[in-house]
Design a protein around this ligand. Sequence first.
Ligand code: ATR
Length: 282
Amino acid sequence: MILSGKARLAGVIGWPISHSKSPRLHGYWLEALGIDGTYLPLAIEPENFETALKGLMYSGFGGVNITVPHKEAALAFCDEVDPLAKRIGAVNTIVFKGGRSYGSNTDAFGFIENLRQSAENLDFSTAKTVVLGAGGASRGVIVALQDAGVKNIILLNRTRERAEVLAADLSSGADGMITVADWDDRNDVLNGCDLLVNTTSLGMAGQPPLALSLDKLPKSCVVTDIVYAPLITPLLGMAEKRGNKIVDGLGMLLHQARPGFEAWFGVKPEVTEDLRKFVLAG
Ligand code: ATR
């Protein structure tokens, strides 16, 4: 794409950034939609984060995505932050307007939209949901589940205390229950489960697989993993083999990008099979 002088500008800030799939993903939409605009990978060290963000704002950027390790710093930087991002404690999307910065978090949206698109029969309001892991990613997933109407969440983490803290934090003011169970009981809590979510880093390339027996998991349970490298984690492979519906983590990445793209480039993009193939091939 040849840019004009009026081209719209956006990008993704991280440190490092070379692994990011976001430039390829936004680039696909820009090309497919024939938009006069660009989306750049921006490698910015933590100590330069604020200076760089201000520089981009004053350089006419429409905004940026924020990835590791800057999501908390972005929350502190923004002039305004939407309530969902405050609850999650992290900003992944910034829109610049009139010299001000507006922060939001679209990870929760991405997680739920991916499930809605891939497991359309899942009834969130009645789903017994087991969430494995209580790190940063888990926060976004739990807030997303709560907002989608899930009332029964069972949270397990290797370090139980971290799960207790997260559950207490996210339970206040919310409709449903978050029950903490012991990591050692992870095979048993799968009994009667409708939705199983792995938010731990286990199963990611270079990490050990998640040690879990699915013997007690109903065949009707939807199993999802936020890890997308590899696309089919050992957990998803095991679940698929016994007939469970599986939802891989790539869809979450693709869907979380939609609100930012729309804000910066003015068009609502879609997640299609072609997009998935294109992003995977890069
Ligand atoms: P993220 O922001 O991606 O969630 P994180 O905050 O470092 O990253 O959290 C990683 C998650 O994977 C945590 O739930 C972690 O459990 P602990 O809180 O006990 O560390 C989980 N995790 C990582 N390695 C693990 C392992 N070998 N066994 C069980 N859980 C593990």
